[in-house]
Design a protein around this ligand. Structure first.
Ligand SMILES: O=C(O)CCC(=O)C(=O)O
Length: 346
């Protein structure tokens, strides 16, 4: 296992160091597709309270957790599955909607205090997601107004629990995947490690816990939006020790309306568009129905891919079977392997 030298981005670098910070951020996004975030502005007391809420909600009886149903595919309670038997997750479908927060809380019989913590955490982390996304755009040389690109993009969180025991040490907690999102801000467990990311040489690297910080993970959509400049990192969770592990993953997914496309400034004759514009929901459907959850789906959306060109006017018709039949042989083989191994949202 390679030693960890994952970049750390201090978001409160002084004004004269902003340029340096953005350069470091760009390099982290290009080279790693992930980074640690310090001085992020979310109070450690709030992070601690949210972790307590996470534990309490997961202690609820199964019948209650099952009331956290999907609003969009994969946004609700996910029980342990054949692919991820040690994992379960509760999901909030829209961090920016007070109605969605109230529904999530009511379904889980949250106390007034827990509601307040969830509301405040959602607001603060949503702000952080937007702030980091904006800085990522600026790091590529985009000028003022970068926040406009991400306005109205969907944001969700998942509260993850890993039931690790002495018998499960050495086994998988969460299978290899990339995130079906632009950016994930992960509040990982303060004490129990297990998260691993794949570096550019294809080796998994441990991400050790770092209390008080967040861990940022770039997903498939960051790669598309940046016209291939930013990476998207494969990651997984392994059971390293016999302690229950909790994490809270907040996702900036993609546009609710309109299409995912690279800004004009990132496309020129030397950098032609790598992907044809597509609706986020179309990408999501391809990813889920083909079980391509580790970045493979991007090949199908590539500008030179027949399937991407075909899909521009057949989004609604793209059923698994007709879609599968159009694929080149090498993708068909991959799909067969993947459908039998992966089972994860979003
Ligand atoms: O729990 C973790 O550390 C990682 C969670 C994760 O990868 C996810 O929720 O997609």
């Amino acid at each position: 296992m390679t030693m960890c030298n994952i970049p750390v981005i201090d978001l409160q670098e002084s004004a004269d160091k902003q340029h340096e910070m953005k350069k470091k951020l760009r390099e982290a996004c290009e080279e790693w597709g992930c980074f640690r975030v310090t001085n992020h502005g979310v109070a450690s007391s709030l992070m601690g309270e949210m972790k307590k809420v996470a534990r309490t909600l997961h202690d609820l009886p199964l019948e209650l957790k099952m009331r956290n149903t999907d609003v969009t595919s994969g946004s609700g309670y996910m029980p342990p599955s054949a692919a991820n038997p040690l994992y379960e997750g509760l999901g909030l479908s829209d961090m920016a909607s007070s109605e969605a927060i109230q529904t999530f809380c009511s379904h889980l019989d949250a106390s007034p205090h827990q509601r307040k913590v969830i509301e405040t955490y959602s607001k603060e982390v949503h702000k952080l997601l937007m702030g980091i996304a904006e800085k990522m755009g600026e790091s590529l040389g985009l000028e003022e107004g970068v926040e406009e690109y991400f306005k109205g993009w969907a944001c969700q969180f998942r509260i993850n629990k890993y039931s690790f025991t002495p018998q499960t040490v050495g086994s998988s907690g969460l299978q290899i995947h990339t995130d079906g999102a632009f950016l994930t801000i992960l509040q990982d467990d303060e004490h129990v490690g297990g998260l691993q990311v794949m570096n550019k040489f294809g080796s998994f690297v441990d991400v050790p816990p770092c209390p008080g910080s967040f861990f940022a993970i770039l997903g498939d959509i960051a790669h598309v939006w940046s016209n291939g400049r930013f990476g998207y990192v494969k990651h997984r969770v392994e059971c390293k020790e016999a302690s229950v592990r909790f994490s809270i993953a907040s996702f900036l997914l993609g546009p609710n309306e309109g299409e995912v496309r690279a800004p004009q400034e990132l496309v020129d004759p030397n950098r032609p568009p790598l992907f044809l514009p597509f609706a986020y929901q179309h990408y999501k459907k391809l990813r889920v129905s083909n079980n391509m959850r580790a970045g493979e789906v991007l090949a199908l959306l590539h500008a030179h891919s027949d399937t991407a060109r075909g899909s521009v006017d057949t989004h609604a018709k793209a059923s698994k079977s007709s879609f599968y039949n159009q694929l080149p042989k090498k993708f068909k083989r991959r799909i067969v392997i993947l459908t039998t191994t992966l089972d994860l949202q979003p």
